[in-house]
Design a protein around this ligand. Structure first.
Ligand code: SAH
Length: 345
């Protein structure tokens, strides 16, 4: 019999699965607690389940886990975890410490199909989607190493291009019997897949971040090919319609590229674009990586842009680059994608 990975089930899914085997619903909650609160690796550990039940579970399911193959620590304390997947592919997650509020940045795909011009992950194209289990297992593994307060889907991949698995993972992350994250502490970031944004909003409560990066279709078409399919006007309408809980805002990420999108005219257009949406802006000075000709604007230009938004009463932060010395910053994640076949690793 083909065994299923028990970490691919939401609690409702597991309840239905167990019901099919004639078991009580509350068993799903017990199993979830073992998996996500006690990090159980085997059914044998689940001591409040009968031996017979554990044997039955073992016949139909298995417990997957991820163990970091490499953990790199940057001078600023940022930690980058490299995980090797069952099929030999690899992904990265990044833990960004901030006093006691650690943020974990997780991956949703091996590679990425979005092909944004400035992003290193995008240059490797898409290998495959991560399963729900592979997404939540990044969190389970890092939790063994450090406290995790916030989760952001800003690692490798476009989460909304892997919507079903991402929604299931979000349900497990925020499940009271699962990983118990508050919905306020989980953020999904997208390059702007409009139909999927609506589906996400319908299925779960989470924070949404949108990678805007340009204020005209002409420039955004060039930087982010997805814009040719979903142009700015439609994207902003989708943001406006996104079902935000009271007092929450959409985060607009804006990678600052020297001489490309960093003028006061850009800032003015940005203010106008987001004027109809409860919005805050994250400015991300471009992180340079090999083989990319973009550069980071000088500090004065960044400050000027930042101040302009502030003067227009927009909540704005300029994101300090974290972990750049271990290639853990935004747009620098690649797993071991390019090395396959060369060094066997
Ligand atoms: N695909 C999703 C999730 C990735 S988030 C998305 O596009 O939102 C990664 C963030 O880092 C995005 O906002 C992206 O615009 C930004 N980014 C990519 N490459 C970068 C680089 N080299 N320097 C700074 N930010 C970068």
């Amino acid at each position: 019999m083909h065994k299923v990975d028990i970490k691919n089930f939401t609690i409702e899914g597991l309840e239905a699965f167990l019901a099919g085997q004639g078991k009580e619903r509350y068993r799903a909650r017990q199993i979830f607690k073992w998996l996500y609160q006690k990090d159980a690796a085997t059914f044998a550990e689940m001591s409040n389940l009968s031996k017979e039940f554990r044997r039955e579970l073992e016949e139909s399911t298995f417990v997957s886990r991820l163990k970091p193959e490499v953990v790199e620590v940057a001078t600023d304390g940022t930690r980058k975890y490299l995980f090797r997947l069952e099929d030999g592919n690899s992904i990265e997650s990044v833990l960004i410490p901030d006093e006691d509020r650690n943020t974990l940045c997780i991956s949703s795909q091996v590679g990425c199909a979005m092909a944004c011009e400035f992003c290193l992950t995008g240059t490797f194209r898409l290998t495959r989607n991560l399963s729900c289990a592979e997404i939540v297992n990044q969190v389970c593994a890092v939790k063994q190493d450090a406290e995790v307060r916030n989760i952001v889907f800003m690692g490798m991949g476009e989460p909304l291009a892997n919507l079903d698995n991402v929604i299931r993972a979000l349900k497990i992350l925020t499940c009271p019997d699962g990983l118990q994250f508050s919905t306020r502490r989980v953020t999904v970031s997208t390059a702007g897949l409009i139909p999927e944004m609506a589906l996400l909003g319908k299925s779960v409560t989470v924070n949404l971040a949108v990678s805007l990066n340009a204020t005209t279709d002409e420039l955004r078409d060039r930087l982010m090919p997805i814009n040719r399919k979903y142009p700015l006007r439609e994207l902003m309408a989708a943001c406006k319609n996104f079902p935000l809980p009271a007092r929450r805002m959409i985060t607009f990420e804006y990678v600052m590229l020297g001489g490309v999108n960093d003028t006061l005219d850009d800032a003015k257009r940005l203010v106008r674009l987001i004027s109809n949406v409860p919005a805050k802006v994250n400015l991300i000075p471009f992180n340079e990586h090999e083989g990319c000709s973009f550069r980071k604007p000088d500090q004065e230009t960044i400050d000027r842009f930042h101040r302009f938004l502030l003067d227009k009463h927009i909540t704005v932060i300029t994101r300090a680059s974290r972990g750049a010395d271990i290639s853990a910053a935004c747009g620098q994640l690649k797993g071991r994608l390019e090395k396959r076949g060369q060094d066997g690793g």
